[in-house]
Structures are given as C-alpha cells and as structure tokens.
Design a protein around this ligand. Sequence first.
Ligand SMILES: *Cc1c(COP(=O)(O)O)cnc(C)c1O
Length: 226
Amino acid sequence: MDSLEQSAAAARLAAVTGRIGAAAKAAGRDAASVRLVAVSKLQPEARVSGALEAGHRLFGENRVQEAEARWPAFKERYPDIRLHLIGGLQTNKVRAAVQLFDVIETVDRPRLAAALAREFERAGRALPCFVQVNTGDEPQKSGVSPARLDGFLDECRTVYGLEVVGLMCIPPAEDPPGPHFAFLREAARRNGLEGLSMGMSADFETAIRFGATHVRVGSAVFGARG
Ligand SMILES: *Cc1c(COP(=O)(O)O)cnc(C)c1O
C-alpha cells in the first residue's frame, strides 16, 4: 500500500504541476517563473517519498521539530532537496531552523530578524528570507502589519543585513484572496523585491494570476492531512 500512496502522490503532483503551467500560460507568464513548494506537514512518509521519487525537490514545512524528524534522512538520500520554513519561528528554534532549512519565509519581527542575523553569522550560513505580511491585519495571525512593512523591510536590510528575497502572505480565510495578493505584489514592487510566496491549494491559480513566484500547496499535492 506504500507504493499505492507513492504513485497517488506522484499523480497528484503531476496534476498540480499541470494546473500551475496552465495558470501561468493564461496569465502570459513562463511556467518556470512559478515554483511549487510542496507542503508536506502532517503527511505520511510514503506520500512524501512518492513526490521525491517523481523528482520533486522543493518542500515546505511549518514546524521546525516536525521537519527535524523527517528531513535529515531524506536530505541524505536526495542532497538537492530544498526546504522552506513556512510557519512561525520562535527565537529558541532559530539554530535548528538554520541548520535544516534553506529559506525562511516567515520573518515578521525585529527580535526574530536579529536572532536570525546572529545565527547566520555564527553558523557561517546565511539563508534567503521572505518577510511575512499579515495582509488582513488579523490579530491571531503572525506577519508584519501592512502599515509597518516598509519600515521593517528597511530594518531587516540595513540593521540586520538579511537577504530579503520576497514577501509571503496567508490571506484571511473568509476574504476573496485577490486583493490580498494584489497588495502583496504592489508592496514587493515598491520595495524592489522579486519573490512573492502566495497561494495554497484553494487559490494558487489566482495567486499565479497576481504574480506569485512561489505557491505553497499541501493537500492538492498530497491529499488531505491526517
Ligand atoms: C499548510 C500550509 C499551506 C498549504 O495548505 P493547503 O491548503 O494544504 O495547500 C500553505 N502555507 C502555509 C503557511 C501552511 O501552513
């Protein structure tokens, strides 16, 4: 049954890749300008290895501890895996995160920016970062508020020397996502950033229309989480 799970994951992956290509084409964009970050949190091992065997190498996890349990072994077998941290990062997990991940998508406050800068220096390994924006100003959600974004980006670059490559957002579940994606695109343009991490299973095609460079897709690739 593991091989069934594996081939199902490979088939879903191919379907999502096809939809990404079609959405890019419809938007007049090159399909290669949209990367699929396959979100493997809480997914059975066989589905993840199915995606790996199908040749996929770019994955997202939202928890450092969960990622630490799974990815070091996969990274030994497939050294070209690239892992994005897409969930909130506590400063006491920064060291472990910098060891395991290749991109941090969730920089959202000065204390975290400072802790990352210190760890990059100590470890001699500086990771590209996205700044997470709380585009809906939702109190329970992480991300820098839109009003503080430009100032925070400036601080990340000039005070902490982070390599900020883009912006990331998770729109409020109850809103149509388009205006949030449009806001993120405009904020990235204004700040000279190329990366736009936006769009999940339910709305990645919309996000591609609004310029997403990275879509973070979990259940559409792997099936419902257990
Ligand atoms: C879980 C998660 C996703 C993927 O969600 P799906 O709806 O399964 O595609 C994307 N981004 C973040 C930040 C997540 O936590």
